[in-house]
Design a protein around this ligand. Sequence first.
Ligand code: XLS
Ligand code: NI
Ligand code: NI
Length: 437
Amino acid sequence: MSTGFFNDIGTIKYEGPGSDNPLAFRHYNPDEVIMGKRMEDHLRFAVAYWHSFAWEGGDPFGGRTFNRPWYPQDNMGKSKIKADIAFEMFQILGAPYYCFHDADIRPEGDNFAQSRRNLEEIIDIFAHKQEETGIRLLWGTANLFSHKRFMSGASTNPDPDVFAYSAATIKSCMDATHKLGGENYVLWGGREGYETLLNTNLAQEDAQMGRMLNMVVEYKHKIGFKGSILVEPKPQEPSKHQYDYDAATCYGFLKRHGLEKEVKLNLEQGHAILAGHSFEHEIATAASLGILGSIDMNRNDYQSGWDTDQFPNNVPEVALAYYHILKDGGLKTGGTNFDAKLRRQSIDAEDLLHGHIGGMDICARGLKAAAAIIEDGTYDQIVAERYSNWNGEEAQKMLQGEYSLDDIASYVEQADVNPEPKSGRQEYLENLINRFV
Ligand code: XLS
Ligand code: NI
Ligand code: NI
């Protein structure tokens, strides 16, 4: 039954590139087969509960701008209204998945036990709605950054009681995710970092964070959770410096704590930009290390220096992201989560639909372009050619460690090795992209 929040608009349909209906898809056609797989199964779209249903439109200079029937978000009744409207929106959009933090979906209790009971009550409602609609949970996570108890960190807090409270919270969120058949569990450490080194013991905090993640993995196996555990890198904001800075830094952390085979990454476009990288850099890096898990799709304003979490609107950028995802064999347990929010002036219910419809269409165009690049094969061929001399027997021996530095030095003099530079052909390769996007 419709809640009336979206003015009884029906489900959004694919109408093709020629359509001028703003409430239709022009590129996202769930059943269209790309490289042998339905578009819906490639992209695995998810709606982020927090930005669309918990965030009230505030910014550092001003409070709430939105009016929603579930405000103020402080009791179970309001949480249920919010759940009804959220699931209605997932259905209108035809989004197969959603994601949440505990704090997005339940009111905070007076103590931990009450917060947990509130969570469990909502989870039962979600379970029922999932069954009714066929919508699934891409991932669940714990909000260990909004409440003041986490101001000095969650697992990295100098107070062991906060470490314990965080562990209990993560357990309750893993249980909730498991119960809902979630396909991943995410950890994003917004407060796992520091504001000043003058009060921070880096080695101590690294040990705490490593212990927490090891407990998460142990608990995953204990309860038989089959999904992936994902860490989400971000270099700063809200902390001045966050330990999970970027994909490469996270890999170092995982290695150090013996977790590189157990944990993968959830990479976000805007976080890549904040780290001074491109999104495809982060994806390609994670893929090359074998830890690419899922993506948070959004875009940052390139001037503001904030994590602006806008809906994506740049096809060439998105195409390169999916190009590296497809080369890694596509998203497995992961998906494309719109970790994106409206601008605070976009106060209408319909704006929520426009944001997601546009984002889904941009991703569909990006995916089609990425598939075309791969099917064409020129890049693969040029890269293979560029490294082809490494296939030679002597080159392989150098790589496999059969020669030492002094062996190679004498060979260079004996054979009078004198390398000839070859063009990297960057402009040609960049121009080629325009054939596909
Ligand atoms: C914030 C993060 C957050 C995570 C989930 O910048 O992107 O939304 O995705 O905690
Ligand atoms: Ni995110
Ligand atoms: Ni973010």
